[in-house]
Design a protein around this ligand. Structure first.
Ligand SMILES: [Mg+2]
Length: 373
């Protein structure tokens, strides 16, 4: 199944707000093959930079655009393709957005292999440990009690057993963060799981420890990305001093970076984003690495249903899995880009597709409507 072309198509809602919501736009990756099969992927990064990295003509042998690197390759050689992309983009690549772009291509290649073989990607990754997974509701943190209560009332009737408030009002002021968590716990009641995401904004480790201890009193299950992704010393400092789980890793790409995050004991929960970390090819190796470090994998996913579909397949193949992150943003791309649209059942679970590949099709009318021409 020879790769004949790679497209990077930017989709975007009419206006973009500068908030922590990656579902306002996306870049869909289409990997075409000579079998007439097209694999679908997406990338959660700057879509315009991703598109340039894929479509760029070659400069010299270590500076080739990703499309030119992989056209002509057999899609089944997915490991070989990954390494070839890494090595032939190495002057401008190695980390960050080149790895993001590779992730979307890798996702699409796994989808194409699944479609060709008639198998769900979870089977290709080593086997299906589960056919459904408990979801947590993932939404942005409002700045007042009434809005927190309204969001809890709106979403928790759907069956969720847990909810994460992230970004938004968090991280501006340590005392306010404690207040926000108290309001959230009051709104949720005592029996639901409360997760928090500081959006990388805490800077002072001592204040972080005292704030996290207040979070502990409200039975917060995890504190996600309290610090920036390069501030590993602060992660370790905080993790060693509190009983709340510390999570992070959505900014991390390549096994080199995951190795450093886990070897230095920075997190209890690692959160690879399959559209940024290097794709399923990297994430499936992280599965073993995380088990060796006694760290649980809960992938990050705050994009369209393409990423959710890939995330579900990955979760199906994890020996240990706690949750699916279920982005509840109302953006059109989040809600309408694929068929089927995933839903939470009344016990808080999402079913994992057993169809070939990622188990989704694009809604091509939606795709064309939001396509940046
Ligand atoms: Mg996060």
């Amino acid at each position: 199944m020879i790769i004949t072309d790679v497209e990077a198509v930017i989709l975007k809602q009419p206006s973009i707000e500068l908030i922590g919501d990656g579902s306002q736009d996306t870049v869909v990756i289409l990997v075409h093959t000579d079998e007439g099969i097209t694999g679908i992927g997406e990338v959660d990064s700057n879509p315009y930079v991703v598109k340039a990295i894929i479509e760029s003509p070659a400069s010299h042998m270590a500076c080739i655009g990703l499309r030119d690197i992989i056209v002509g390759e057999d899609a089944f050689d997915v490991e070989k393709i990954w390494l070839k992309m890494y090595e032939k983009s190495i002057y401008y690549g190695r980390r960050s957005v080149a790895i993001h772009a590779m992730s979307g291509i890798d996702m699409a290649i796994w989808d194409a292999i699944g479609k060709k073989t008639g198998l769900p990607v979870s089977k290709l990754l080593g086997g299906t440990f589960r056919t459904k997974i408990k979801a947590y509701c993932s939404i942005l943190m409002p700045d007042n009690e009434a809005d927190i209560q309204a969001l809890v009332d709106r979403h928790m009737v759907k069956g969720y057993q847990g909810l994460k408030f992230g970004w938004g009002a968090f991280g501006q002021d340590y005392k306010k963060d404690v207040q926000l968590v108290r309001w959230a716990r009051k709104a949720l009641g005592d029996d639901k799981i409360l997760l928090t995401d500081i959006g990388m904004l805490w800077k002072d480790v001592k204040m972080a420890v005292s704030t996290a201890r207040e979070f502990e009193k409200e039975d917060v299950f995890w504190i996600e990305e309290p610090f920036g992704p390069d501030d590993l010393e602060s992660y370790k400092y905080l993790r060693d001093r509190v009983n709340v789980h510390i999570s992070g890793g959505e900014e991390v790409g390549t096994l080199y970076e995951f190795d450093e995050l886990l070897s230095r004991g920075c997190v209890d929960v690692v959160q690879p984003d399959l559209s940024r970390c290097g794709g399923l090819t990297v994430a499936r190796k992280l599965t073993d690495m995380a088990r060796m470090h006694k760290v649980t994998i809960v992938p990050h996913a705050f994009k369209t249903n393409i990423l959710m579909a890939a995330t579900l397949q990955y979760i199906a193949a994890l020996p240990d899995a706690w949750y699916l992150e279920f982005c509840e943003q109302d953006t059109p791309l989040r809600q309408t880009l694929t068929n089927p649209v995933f839903a939470v059942d009344n016990e808080g679970f999402v079913e994992i597709s057993q169809k070939p590949g990622l188990g989704i099709d694009l809604d091509w009318d939606v795709f064309e409507y939001y396509r940046v021409k």
